[in-house]
Design a protein around this ligand. Sequence first.
Ligand code: NIG
Ligand code: FE
Length: 407
Amino acid sequence: MTDHLTVVYGASELVVGPEGPTGIEVVADGAFAAVDGTVVAVGPTQDVLAEFPAENADVAIDATGKTVLPGFVDPHTHALFAGDRSDEFVAKLRGATYEEILSDGGGILRTVDAVREATDDELVTNLTGHLDAMLENGTTTVEIKSGYGLDTETELRMLAAIDEAGSRHAVDVVPTFMGAHAVPRGMDTDEYTEHVVSEQLPAVADQGIATFCDVFCERGVFSADQSRRILEAGLEYGLTPKVHADEFAAIGGTDVAADVGAASADHLLHTDADGRARLVDAGVTPVVLPGTAFGLGADYADARAFLDSGHEVALATDFNPNCFVRTMGLVATLASVGMRMTPDEVVRGCTSAAANALDLSDGRGTLAPESTADAVVLDVPSIAHLPYRFDTNPVSTVLKSGVVVHA
Ligand code: NIG
Ligand code: FE
């Protein structure tokens, strides 16, 4: 069998990968070549085509006038759900807060009711529709959390549905167990924490699907001690920790993330200088979710404080019923306008920094040689146009492992 050759050439700007502490390496009139789905050459079009002529390629894409990036990595979503919470959007416009809705038994708990009632097929179908939308918008790898089951059976059903939808879809899916997303009605938080540790975690480990374990460490939800207990127990089963930290109040989530060696700490709307230092010193990737701040009408995370001290920041959609955004392009705009992130910082946030938030070490989020050839061709002349334009989807072609999966 002959090798499968992919060549993408002539891009007005092509992003190779990260450069320096927070920047990216961009090639003008750029190209890359991939053999059997792995990048083998990247650089000026003339050099790449001299070695890998387009006429010999199985897939040849002329990207003249366009911009080529590594496929977007979306490292924080709750994309598997059922039901409709648009009425809560309206309630929030009238002054209700997210925390009030949740403590009154709504919010996450309403989605839990809908997910428990949904069939396995409905769950897979819902998620597949969302994965289609993500792919059309350039996402090639996405993390998806459970956490709308809050009992062993439904948490396992969610992870199985995430696995099933992901295995049938071009988008790569990274599954996270998040039994500690909220406390089910009628249960005390300590009692539920013990249930997560002694019942859910062993069953999730036996099932063998989840990579990460995440906790909503938040005022009125799980305390720092409860979060630490769950994440440490998860570590014993080989699940890497992640933490929802400082979304509404700073209650110690960044300390927990640093102490347990989390891959990422996410949200960070109320993180102060000490919290940032703890994360940075412990090598925890900060993930900021500007769609959530925008949707809540809240102040954005201080991404600039990380960036100005030389630390990369990852971006994610946080797609969930409270934050209905599946497009990294819109997140890029919100990150620029809301947090003053430059186009270079935004592109890094959506690609290699996001891959770091998922501990992906196979070159995902870059187009450097030996990386998986996941790429997105944007019908715009430069990377600045990614955050600059926020009307229509700029994605013209998506490649996964060197194969066109959307055009
Ligand atoms: O990251 N804040 C906690 N979890 C999600 C929201 C989930 C929901 O409201 O359904 C988040 O924003
Ligand atoms: Fe979340």
